[in-house]
Design a protein around this ligand. Structure first.
Ligand SMILES: NC(=O)c1ccc[n+]([C@@H]2O[C@H](COP(=O)([O-])OP(=O)(O)OC[C@H]3O[C@@H](n4cnc5c(N)ncnc54)[C@H](O)[C@@H]3O)[C@@H](O)[C@H]2O)c1
Ligand SMILES: [Zn+2]
Ligand SMILES: [Zn+2]
Length: 395
């Protein structure tokens, strides 16, 4: 089968690799119709997280079951399924509590696993023609329709992007009428903002510096804030003042909930082409209101191979705990527990209430992966979310 493999820093290639096969009776093999590229793939592409050359990458698949092991009961060949990024057994104590990204059985010597990701278990990735899915009864979420139909892009975003955006709002406890600021207008930030709006947030601000991404935030119903123009904390406080703060609430001129959808590769606002891994947390600590919540879904790598001077190879950072303490801010972190949200969000899509595909800007065949990775990495050509279609013929 053909698959996208990591070659070296800033280099991926499409190669012929052995077909994915059934290895356990509880496995299925899925023929992939769509497989999206994620900001998380770029941490490997940028050489920051130590992927081994030859690793098949990708963790956001949608497709049709081609083969099913003898112990698989819930799904069958011919079923259309979306596969959550973080694979899980479905029955360990963490899975049973709905904390599937911390499954205790999928990663030898650790907890939690993902397809095609360095340090997240031995599983090959999904930017390929075929994918082996372990514990298939737990990991295959059935969806109606046919490959390539009008919901293809909405459904592929259920694998990771939409569930992560939703997870951000769950971690932060977004409630109707609240104010939210999302830093990062990549797919994750945009879908966090979209989820907050679906839940009835009164004001949602999205901070970035890339005009196309900020325009998309506006299209989704959020207020874009370009951090190149001025300090985004001042801009948001000013926008809130202009809208009119109630008497006695001046100290609440920031936001109740702040979401970091950027992670450790955050840009420095002073030196735009440099990184500053604490920039977003510093800004959010200033912006969040007393009693508010800070929610971090952008990745902070445990092993950063090229840390910037303010960073550390082990991911330890100096952040403004005292400000967060004095305001009584609650902080939440982490990977999305896909299993909690996939079915719920699938049904929001099927009912027509949610259309996350608004963030998809590019499609390609597997052969187009090197060029799409390059453009996405440079945040060029208007790429926000690119989706590969492995079943389309190769050029
Ligand atoms: N928690 C999870 O389960 C999970 C799942 C998927 C992705 N992620 C992570 O979420 C993050 C975002 O993913 P994505 O696909 O949207 O990536 P992306 O790279 O497309 O988006 C990141 C955005 O952040 C912006 N940015 C950089 N510095 C900034 C700053 N100082 N202030 C405001 N914006 C800034 C960039 O311009 C870019 O638009 C990544 O770290 C990714 O690894 C986490
Ligand atoms: Zn992803
Ligand atoms: Zn488990």
């Amino acid at each position: 089968m053909k698959a996208v493999v990591f070659v070296d820093t800033h280099s991926v290639r499409v190669e012929d690799v052995p077909d994915a096969e059934l290895e356990e009776p509880t496995d299925v093999v899925v023929r992939i119709s769509s497989s999206a590229i994620c900001g998380t793939d770029l941490h490997m592409y940028d050489g920051r997280t130590g992927a081994t050359p030859g690793l098949v990458i990708g963790h956001e698949p949608l497709g049709m079951i081609e083969l099913a092991g003898s112990a698989v009961e819930m799904v069958s060949p011919g079923d259309r399924v979306v596969i959550p990024t973080h694979l899980y057994c479905g029955v360990c104590v963490n899975c049973a509590r709905g904390l599937s990204a911390a499954c205790l059985r999928v990663r030898p010597g650790g907890f939690g696993a993902a397809y095609g990701y360095a340090g997240m278990g031995p599983y090959r990735g999904a930017q390929a023609e075929l994918l082996r899915v372990p514990y298939a009864d737990a990991n295959c979420i059935p969806v109606p329709g046919e490959p390539g139909d009008e919901l293809e892009d909405d459904l592929v975003l259920l694998a990771d992007a939409f569930v992560t955006g939703w997870h951000a709002t769950e971690l932060a406890g977004v409630f109707a009428g609240c104010t939210v600021a999302v830093f990062g207008a990549g797919t994750i930030g945009l879908l966090s903002a979209y989820s907050a709006l679906l839940k009835g947030a009164a004001e949602v601000y999205v901070v970035d510096r890339i005009p196309e991404r900020l325009d998309k935030a506006g299209e989704l119903g959020a207020t874009p804030v370009n951090y190149r123009q001025a300090d985004p904390v001042d801009q948001i406080r000013e926008l809130r003042r202009t809208r009119g703060l109630p008497i006695g609430e001046k100290a609440m001129s920031g936001v109740h909930i702040g979401i970091d959808a950027v992670g450790f590769q955050a840009h420095d606002r002073g030196a735009l082409d440099e990184e500053n891994p604490t920039q977003v947390i510093d800004d959010l600590a200033r912006l969040i209101n007393p009693t508010g919540k800070l929610d971090i879904v952008g990745v902070y790598a445990e092993k950063d191979l090229h840390p910037v001077p303010e960073g550390h190879p082990d991911g330890s950072l100096t952040v403004p705990w005292a400000t967060l303490f004095s305001k009584g801010v609650s902080v939440g972190f982490g990977r999305t527990h896909d299993r909690r949200y996939t079915v719920l969000l699938r049904d929001l899509v099927l009912s027509g209430r949610a259309r996350p595909s608004a963030v998809v800007t590019h499609h390609g065949r597997l052969d187009d992966a090197p060029q799409l990775y390059r453009a996405f990495d440079q945040r060029a050509d208007g790429v926000i979310k690119a989706v590969l279609r492995p079943s389309q013929p190769h050029g």
